[in-house]
Ligand binder design. Structure first.
Ligand SMILES: Nc1ncnc2c1ncn2[C@@H]1O[C@H](COP(=O)(O)OP(=O)(O)OP(=O)(O)O)[C@@H](O)[C@H]1O
Length: 249
């Protein structure tokens, strides 16, 4: 069996004269946490948008479980098991944590056009939603309105909504952004290791070095190095191009 859940082949994305993704090759293995780091404007968000299907590459191929998905829609990718958790808060603030997760589970089951009452009557739906709530560390908050959660807990809920789609690969764009204390999110992502692949874009180097099985360094749309935290820390080219000696200490 192919060990890669996702593989990118010679991906190119241009914005006018600017090459935001420059003939990029990348493989993500089953169950690994793979961080993509790089300076502002390196092309991290552009890359994750191409993987999720939000924007189309100009050239190259995206394969998921060996299947070419380059021209499939976002919706089809979610159905295949590719989930994205958004930087922008996407929860219904007036609904409880449990209801938010239950709606996401219901959407996965292909019954998103059914409305509240049938959903509320579905015990299995809520059982699964409850299990996800516990998995994301919000067992004590299930009945709380999502809008009343602390910022970090809302980010955990967003991951839970993505998990509700039963993904084989989860795309996370700065899940620690705006968090004073990222301990809860680090513990959550760590608990998902080996269960599903995670592509993590994150500026918090402490979190990246703690979590990532492998790290790819993106500079000007190109990956200049891929390796373990130790390999990246000691890579002379990476130090020169991006991290600087201080961040690597
Ligand atoms: N819609 C767009 N139109 C034109 N240029 C764009 C567009 N989106 C991104 N860019 C440019 O493409 C390059 C890569 O941007 P991108 O947002 O992917 O970088 P990033 O690594 O995610 O940056 P940051 O860490 O600041 O979020 C930048 O030079 C950016 O200005």
């Amino acid at each position: 069996m192919n060990a890669d859940v996702l593989s990118l082949h010679q991906l190119v994305k241009r914005y006018g004269g600017l090459v935001a993704t420059d003939h990029l090759d990348l493989n993500i293995r089953h169950g690994e946490i793979h961080a993509i780091i790089g300076p502002n404007g390196a092309g991290k968000t552009t890359l994750i948008q191409q993987i999720s299907g939000a924007i189309a590459p100009d050239r190259g191929r995206i394969c998921f479980h060996g299947q070419d998905i380059t021209r499939t829609t976002m919706h089809q990718r979610v159905r295949l098991g590719l989930a994205r958790s958004y930087q922008i808060t996407s929860v219904f603030p007036a609904c409880s944590v449990l209801d938010n997760i239950a709606l996401a589970v219901q959407a996965r089951r292909g019954s998103s056009m059914r409305f509240w009452k049938p959903a509320l009557a579905d015990g299995a739906l809520f059982e699964e939603a409850r299990a996800i709530g516990c998995r994301i560390g919000l067992a004590a908050r299930l009945d709380m309105r999502a809008g009343h959660l602390a910022h970090g807990e809302q980010r955990q809920l967003e991951v839970g909504l993505a998990l509700a789609t039963s993904p084989a690969l989860l795309l996370l764009d700065e899940p620690m952004a705006g968090m004073g204390d990222s301990t809860g999110m680090i513990a959550l992502l760590d608990s998902l290791r080996n269960q599903l692949g995670i592509v993590l874009i994150e500026h918090d180097m402490h979190a990246v070095f703690q979590l990532a099985d492998r790290i790819s360094v993106l500079v000007s749309g190109r990956i200049i190095a891929t390796g373990t935290a130790e390999q990246i820390r000691s890579d002379a080219q990476v130090r020169k191009a991006y991290l600087g000696d201080e961040a690597m200490a």
